[in-house]
Design a protein around this ligand. Structure first.
Ligand SMILES: Cc1cc2nc3c(=O)[nH]c(=O)nc-3n(C[C@H](O)[C@H](O)[C@H](O)COP(=O)(O)O)c2cc1C
Ligand code: SF4
Length: 412
């Protein structure tokens, strides 16, 4: 498959994910050994030079995030691996949890070294219960080998990791809600400021970082920032693991260099449309991601190019629909999801999603009008501007992009 690359995923299928020796035979933990012998600031500069952005959805530059976390004082600091992966259509972190769990641990210890972390958590979604043992094993084996515990690799650093299961709430992927959940409270987002990096778990300075982002850290050290940044496009360096599903012949998780077009993703990776059907639209970045009509499939998977066109990379999920999928019905299902998953803490999101579901139900069943769509858009804009957390701020994206680009498809 010419358009795929193998960098972050280079160890997939090449070792027994229960065996730390097998991981080390492939060069595992070499990056950590190198990093603990180096100057922290220099390593953070390497991560900055790689251009890596957080792969949890927001795309914040990881080197800057590490630098900011490192600057926060504290004897006790926390690193949380966000393995909640609750965004519908997204199943890329799961590949790392299943095929390369030691790399996540290595990435966490590296992050801890760079920002002064003393305790770590892997927060895994409950629905991945069948994978929990792999993370638990990776942590135990790393501890036995001295990659966790006191004075790691003679660096003077002490750090350990606990594996924590979520309880099945989408909102718990949001950093603040995730932290409340670990603290044993209801998973509801926290007010910011104070920011998580200053006051997170147990009021300690905390770094919440995505699985794929963590996997990229040792990869960048092993390959060098130049090789990593040499792939992709100007503002979007390196590679991304995308989760491709919907009406394509070959759904799956694929590692690609940024810069590949949406058409290439569907045709070259996905093997084209199922049953030779015609693509109609896709949704990128999960349920809270924008709807992109087929006439824009020449766009590249690049942060800036998608932002410039009103879209986003998000988690990198791509769900492709053909002409047999009714767009209004699709959106109605999306907003039923948000209505269920809204934590109810703030009015715009709790009530806004509910009202949008009612309006889209009418539109999907042929009794809605442009007036209903306009009202749904008013609710969506209000949610975007006034919701308390990212869920309510991003949930409007599918409706707003669908109305902007495919209004006539909604009203049959
Ligand atoms: C409702 C909601 C759900 C989220 N779910 C996830 C998730 O499942 N995994 C994830 O890594 N980030 C998720 N995020 C983003 C996190 O809040 C956070 O930005 C991310 O974990 C930071 O890691 P990164 O810098 O490596 O991207 C979610 C955000 C929101 C608002
Ligand atoms: S935006 Fe939604 S999920 Fe976030 S706090 Fe408000 S109600 Fe809860």
């Amino acid at each position: 498959m010419a358009k795929t690359v193998s960098m972050l995923t280079e160890f997939f299928g090449k070792y027994d994910p229960m065996s730390i020796e097998a991981y080390m035979d492939l060069g595992g933990f070499k990056a950590l050994e190198e990093v603990v012998k180096s100057n922290k600031e220099d390593t953070i500069e390497i991560i900055k030079a790689s251009g890596l952005r957080g792969r949890g959805g927001a795309g914040y530059p990881t080197g800057v995030k590490l630098e900011q976390s490192a600057a926060v004082p504290g004897d006790r600091k926390v690193v949380i691996c966000n393995a909640d992966e609750g965004e519908p259509g997204t199943f890329k972190d799961r590949q790392f949890l299943e095929f390369d769990p030691f790399k996540i641990v290595e990435g966490m210890v590296m992050s801890a070294f760079l920002m002064g972390g003393t305790e770590g958590y892997i927060y895994i979604r409950e629905e991945y219960a069948h994978l929990h043992h792999l993370s638990i094993n990776a942590v135990e084996k790393a501890r036995e080998k001295g990659f966790l515990g006191n004075n790691i690799l003679g660096s003077g650093m002490s750090f350990d990791i606990r594996v924590f299961s979520g309880a099945g709430a989408y909102v718990c992927g949001e950093g603040g809600a995730l932290i409340e959940s670990i603290e044993g409270k209801q998973g509801k987002p926290r007010r910011k400021p104070p920011y998580t990096k200053q006051c997170g778990l147990w009021q300690l300075p905390t770094l919440v970082i995505n699985v794929e982002t963590l996997a990229a850290l040792p990869t960048i050290i092993n390959h060098g920032a130049d090789e990593y940044a040499g792939m992709g496009c100007a503002d979007s360096k390196g590679t991304k693991v995308i989760s491709l599903s919907g009406k394509v012949n070959k759904p799956g998780a694929y590692e690609v260099a940024f810069g590949i077009t949406l058409n290439e993703i569907i045709n070259d990776l996905g093997g084209g449309m199922r049953d030779g059907s015609t693509p109609n639209f896709l949704q990128i970045g999960g349920a809270s991601g924008p709807i992109i009509p087929a006439d824009k499939f020449n766009l590249k998977l690049c942060y800036q190019e998608l932002w410039d066109n009103g879209f986003d990379v998000g988690s990198g999920a791509i769900v492709v629909a053909d002409q047999t999928t009714d767009l209004a019905d699709y959106l109605h299902t999306v907003y039923e999801f948000f209505e269920d998953e809204s934590c109810g803490k703030c009015t715009p999101c709790r009530e806004g999603n509910r009202q949008i579901v009612i309006l889209l139900h009418k539109v999907a069943h042929g009794t809605g009008s442009q007036k209903d769509l306009d009202l749904a858009v008013r609710f969506a804009n209000h949610m975007k501007g006034t919701s308390f957390c990212g869920l309510g701020k991003t949930a409007p994206a599918p409706l707003l992009t669908a109305v902007k680009n495919m209004n006539s498809d909604l009203l049959k």
